[in-house]
Design a protein around this ligand. Structure first.
Ligand code: UN1
Length: 489
């Protein structure tokens, strides 16, 4: 493996350039002295140039026949799939998720590209009858023009793929600003598209901070903004885009619950809840951060969950035997550890396992022992998104109450219910205010061909992926179509 230090570049108007912004050093969160990549952030000039280039190629890309656009995506998918091993390892070194998750994520990006390569072949639009003779009314979808894509650190290549692939497939140029914590994987995705034959200017990659993102969103030529990240930033962008009358799609926080009901298969529930809570070190907006369990099975479930959790192997993510890597940075680790420390000082909160940093060879890395806490209601750990490996357990008297507590949050991304009880499943489907509901599987995960997104404070605007993506990345024209004169018969 080539673990030599990489140089960061931005892709601006078809050229790989050095940024004119502040210096950045991209380090390995498992071993912070190890530099993965180094470079400079973008300055304002690069943002402006990228948007101008996107605007300049917009008509041409929109009128490129869809099979040609699809071919670019298909070739890029093959490049991603072929390099999944190497790029997945870079992902693990840069972001901290395990090698298996890193490789899986690059493959997933390839799958997303393959799906959207064909998506533009599917039936589009609608045809309506007209009340007037010889007239037909059609609903036609058209590209929207340059799109701004802003993505978080936690899925450095999959989340960008599921925004960029549909944007491109439906004929729109993209100006993309990824989180500055994961610049190398962003470069890899852009490389795959360039090698796949994407014309100059159709994708620009700007590695920058919030200032670059804010400037990008403001540009008059940007027609749509697609954002995944924190609720605070998402809401600020929604407000700004509201003022600009610019459509925005946001995927934001979560406080996803799993309900373990009285008839639950406890082996399954323990494995899935732990996977949902701790994979990617809990840094998913779909992560399980609350569990409600009925009194009838609580003792047994909690005992097994803690056993399972404390046995998870935490360490260097490129070591294949490791199950949980570090958090993305030492700051993230300290923030999460502080949240747990503060919570466990409150009498209603009991730390059952984990929550501490390590004092062995992992001390320098951003590692934190996966934590399970038990609490009553109303605690900040029950309410606030922590974005780390922390799971809050609450006991309830019965199935009905368990499901009611799943909704006890301002968020509404995903939920999991462990049961084969049809009455409980029916209650869950009808009453849980979430965008994604899993019956007998973990709260995380998303297939590319189905819509993804949350309700309440978790999401705003059209959902992502599947058929939902077309809604956001195209605009419609309602066409009243009839001949100029009556037909001669
Ligand atoms: C997944 O659960 O596999 O930021 C995807 C996030 C989500 C994506 C989750 N937007 O975690």
């Amino acid at each position: 493996h080539d673990d030599t230090e990489q140089t960061l570049r931005h892709l601006v108007a078809g050229r790989w350039v050095t940024g004119t912004g502040a210096d950045i050093v991209d380090t390995n969160p498992a071993r912070p002295s190890e530099v993965v990549a180094r470079g400079q952030l973008v300055g304002t000039d690069e943002v402006d140039t990228a948007v101008a280039a996107a605007a300049a190629v917009s008509k041409q890309w929109a009128s490129t026949p869809f099979p040609e656009r699809g071919d670019v995506l298909r070739r890029s998918a093959e490049i991603l799939a072929a390099r999944a091993g190497d790029w997945g390892r870079e992902l693990a070194r840069e972001e901290g998720k395990t090698l298996a998750e890193g490789v899986g994520e690059v493959r997933r990006a390839a799958e997303v590209f393959r799906f959207f390569a064909s998506e533009s072949q599917r039936p589009v639009g609608e045809v309506y009858a007209s009340p007037r003779r010889h007239e037909q009314i059609q609903l036609v979808h058209r590209p929207v023009g340059p799109v701004a894509v802003i993505t978080p650190f936690n899925f450095p290549i999959a989340i960008p793929a599921w925004k960029i692939a549909p944007a491109l497939a439906f004929g729109n140029p993209v100006v993309w600003k990824p989180a500055a914590d994961v610049p190398l994987l962003a470069m890899r995705l852009a490389e795959a598209l360039v090698e796949g034959g994407l014309p100059d200017g159709v994708l620009s990659l700007l590695i920058g901070d919030g200032t670059a993102g804010a400037r990008l969103v403001e540009h008059a030529r940007i027609e749509r903004v697609s954002f995944t990240g924190s609720t605070a930033v998402g809401r600020a962008l929604i407000e700004r885009c509201g003022t600009l009358a610019r459509p925005i799609q946001t995927e934001m926080g979560g406080k996803n619950a799993a309900a373990v009901l009285t008839d639950a298969d406890l082996d399954l529930a323990v494995a899935e809840v732990a996977a949902g809570a701790f994979r990617s070190t809990g840094q998913k907006c779909t992560a399980t951060s609350r569990v409600v369990v009925t009194d009838a099975v609580a003792d047994e479930f909690v005992r097994r969950l803690c056993e399972h959790t404390s046995a998870l192997r935490v360490g260097d993510p490129v070591d294949e035997s490791v199950q949980i890597g570090p958090l993305v940075s030492a700051q993230a680790r300290d923030r999460v550890r502080d949240a747990v420390d503060t919570a466990t000082q409150r009498p209603a909160v009991q730390l059952l396992t984990g929550g501490g940093a390590y004092d062995d060879d992992r001390a320098a890395g951003a590692f934190l022992a996966p934590a399970v806490v038990e609490l009553g209601g109303g605690d900040p750990l029950w309410r606030d998104e922590v974005f780390g490996p922390v799971l809050a357990v609450r006991r309830v008297p019965d199935d009905h109450t368990a499901l009611e507590l799943v909704n006890d949050t301002v968020y509404g991304l995903s939920a999991a219910v462990f049961t084969d009880n049809l009455r409980a499943v029916t209650q869950a489907v009808e009453s849980l205010d979430v965008g994604i509901l899993h019956i007998n599987s973990e709260t995380a995960g998303a297939d590319p061909h189905v819509p993804f997104g949350g309700s309440k404070h978790s999401g705003f605007g059209p959902k992502e992926q599947g058929r939902a993506a077309r809604e956001f990345f195209t605009t419609t024209t309602t066409v009243y179509l009839k001949p100029s004169r009556p037909l001669v018969t």
